[in-house]
Design a protein around this ligand. Structure first.
Ligand code: GLA
Length: 676
């Protein structure tokens, strides 16, 4: 096996003579995998039922002759205009009732049986024709499900939603109970009275909203599954579809078991200083979705994108540095959107591996360099690909909680992902590898598990978390957790509820965030932060924008709030639990400390959990250090050079790593002695 390297290849945008040059350049650039036909439906089926595969045969044969493998897309991501002309009802409708038009892409209603049938028919023909093609390495179903249209509110979707609800609840009484329709005269007498949560006069029913989120994710998955069924009937080549990092509309925990290999599209913004740690979190999610198995970075940009307000180019070396961040965090493939930068269409100003300026360009030189390096890293006896990233800490991630906590009329206005990111960043900046887990999953591999803002918690989830702590694990529960059950009914008798109340030795009486900023006084500044005091956060610190009234029953208070009505009240607590004795325990954190304080808190938690921090191999925070298999990756994201302290050979330069000076964006991949 080699590390995969390549990108989306759209030869139909170019004259035939360019294709041969493409293959020659791919060989020069170290490309070994091309994603083909992602947006080719209109070309493959120019008229209903009339297929034109000749050109695609030529593309696959030409790539094969050049030794380049193919990730063949099913081409169903963008139906041809004739589908909407024949079947206007396949066009999706927004929550405001607007039917979206052709002329862009992804203009299909996910619940449309007509769309699904036409898509399946095309996939059948693709499988018939290409299942046995020697270049075929991977099936790439559709593209970025839900990227533009993740929810459809048309009549067809409404009927499908009713069917989904009937299957979930059985009777309309049960639906009424789950949705709490005694409130605001929302009682339904029959399923056919129920609709998707389209634009409405005021707050829509929260459980209706959540169920529509779940339904919409499931409908997209059903589209994927329908294509997979067709492929599996005629091919045993592995199947993927490209995920989009932390993509709110689609519950990737549910999707992940349906793909043979997890693949991801990530476009960090070079202008955002937090892009690097945020991208690290995305890569960790991709590894976690596959249970630790290697994954593919299916798309990234060689330099600038064309869809931000300002499209910053990647700094020299940054594409390479971020690519190695993916490899370090478990990727066995680095691919791009796209091979050759388009000359026409909406994405012509999105960078490509072969830029408008051709090969005498920085972007091309960097592409060539990385391709050469990855080929060497895949060489005989190196053993990087397939290796795993060991981790003793995990963060619980939950799409239901993400959807529900960000609904209007929720107790916090805190963005779910920001809370997760704060914890992930605090833990990784200590040099730890961090996985994501489901709260009801197997937690036994971890010494510590953090459950921040896990707002929606089923009985199974709270029981699993509590059992983990009682069994000796270190459980950290952040504010906003276990407030409601899976129907969004409040867990009564004090927030947190049993069994977490017993495990943590605390419960929450009331939320009390600092008042919203007075815009006239602050000139529109930031929301005021609460103060914190406690050794565990390094003395006095800022506690961020959240606070609550914590009632301690059986826990040690490690930090208190300062200032205001909550002055002196508990903010961070810990109860030693179960078999873990001194190292196990249940922590409760009633706020989100500012980054430095959170990092100190994270250090105290991992210390109490008996997790040993790795020896720093460089001074300062600029170097990202990740251990994968028998290799340590060191990536310098800072502005100045940094020297390394690490014995072993750098596989990229062949030099001894100890004392090696890493330039900005510099990378070392060091083979180290390993005991695991
Ligand atoms: C997504 C899509 C690609 C392309 C890129 C541009 O990832 O899958 O087709 O549009 O965005 O960044």
């Amino acid at each position: 096996m080699t590390i995969r390297y390549g990108g989306d290849y759209n030869p139909e945008q170019w004259p035939r003579e360019v294709w041969d040059e493409d293959v020659t350049l791919m060989q020069r650039g170290g490309v070994n995998l091309a994603t083909v036909a992602v947006f080719s439906w209109a070309r493959l089926e120019p008229r209903p039922g009339e297929y034109d595969f000749g050109w695609l045969d030529d593309v696959l044969d030409t790539l094969h002759a050049g030794g380049i493998r193919v990730d063949l897309a099913t081409a169903t991501a963008s139906p041809p205009p004739w589908l909407a002309k024949l079947h206007p009802e396949t066009l999706p409708v927004t929550e405001d009732g607007v039917r979206l038009a052709v002329g862009s892409r992804q203009q299909y209603c996910p619940s449309s049986p007509v769309y699904r049938e036409h898509a399946k028919r095309l996939v059948e023909r693709m499988v018939e024709r290409y299942a046995g093609h020697p270049a075929l390495e991977l099936w790439h179903v559709n593209n970025e499900y839900g990227c533009h249209v993740s929810r459809c509110y048309c009549e067809v979707s409404a009927a499908a939603f009713r069917g989904w609800l009937e299957a979930r609840y059985g009777t309309v009484e049960e639906l009424n109970r789950a949705w709490g329709t005694a409130f605001w005269s929302q009682r339904y007498d029959a399923f056919d009275e129920v609709s998707p949560p389209s634009a409405a006069p005021s707050f829509r029913n929260p459980t209706q909203l959540l169920d529509f989120d779940r339904f919409s994710s499931d409908e997209l998955l059903a589209c994927y599954d329908a294509e997979v069924e067709v492929i599996r009937a005629g091919s045993d080549v592995p199947i993927t579809t490209n995920f989009m990092g932390f993509f709110k509309p689609v519950d990737y925990w549910k999707w992940a078991p349906h793909v043979d290999v997890v693949s991801d599209d990530t476009y960090p913004d070079p202008a955002d200083p937090l892009s690097t740690p945020y991208a690290a979190m995305v890569r960790d999610l991709m590894r976690s979705l596959g249970g630790g198995a290697p994954w593919l970075l299916m798309e990234q940009s060689p330099s600038a994108v064309n869809w931000r307000e300002r499209n910053a180019a990647k700094a020299p070396g940054q594409m390479r540095a971020w690519s190695y961040q993916s490899v370090a965090r478990g990727a066995d493939g680095i691919l791009f959107f796209q091979w050759r930068q388009s000359a026409a269409g909406s994405e012509k100003f999105h960078s490509g591996m072969v830029p408008h300026g051709g090969t005498d360009t920085r972007v091309w030189r960097e592409i060539e360099q990385l391709g050469g390096e990855l080929a060497r890293l895949s060489g005989e006896g190196v053993g990087l690909e397939g290796s795993r990233v060991p981790s003793s800490v995990a963060i619980a991630l939950d799409w239901d909680s993400w959807w529900a906590i960000e609904q209007p009329a929720s107790p916090t206005s805190v963005a779910y992902l920001e809370v997760l990111f704060a914890w992930h960043h605090a833990l990784t900046s200590l040099g730890l590898a961090v996985d994501f887990v489901r709260a009801d999953g197997d937690l036994s591999a971890y010494r510590a598990v953090v459950a921040p803002a896990h707002f929606v918690a089923s009985d199974a989830q709270v029981a699993n978390l509590a059992a983990y702590a009682e069994g000796g694990g270190t459980l950290v529960v952040g504010f906003g957790t276990a407030i409601v059950d899976e129907h969004l009914h409040v867990r009564l008798g004090g927030y947190l509820g049993e069994p977490l109340r017993r495990t943590l030795g605390v419960w929450v009486e009331e939320f009390d965030p600092p008042a919203a900023p007075d815009l006239r006084a602050t000139g529109g500044g930031e929301a005021p932060a609460v103060g914190l005091d406690g050794d565990v956060v390094g003395g006095s610190a800022s506690g961020g924008t959240w606070a609550e009234v914590v009632r301690v029953e059986d826990a040690e208070v490690l930090a208190t709030f300062t200032g205001g009505a909550l002055a002196g009240a508990p903010a961070i607590t810990r109860r030693a639990t179960g078999r873990g004795g001194a190292s196990g325990g249940g922590w409760y954190v009633a706020t989100l400390p500012e980054p430095d304080a959170l990092r100190r808190l994270a250090a105290a938690i991992v210390d109490a959990a008996g997790i040993e921090l790795p020896e720093p191999i460089a001074d300062g925070d600029a170097v990202e250090v990740v251990r994968r298999g028998g290799f340590v990756f060191a990536i310098n994201h800072g502005a100045g050079p940094v020297s390394l302290r690490l014995a072993g050979a750098d596989l990229l330069t062949g030099s001894e790593a100890d004392g090696l000076e890493l330039a900005p964006q510099g990378v070392a991949v060091v083979a180290v002695e390993t005991t695991d």
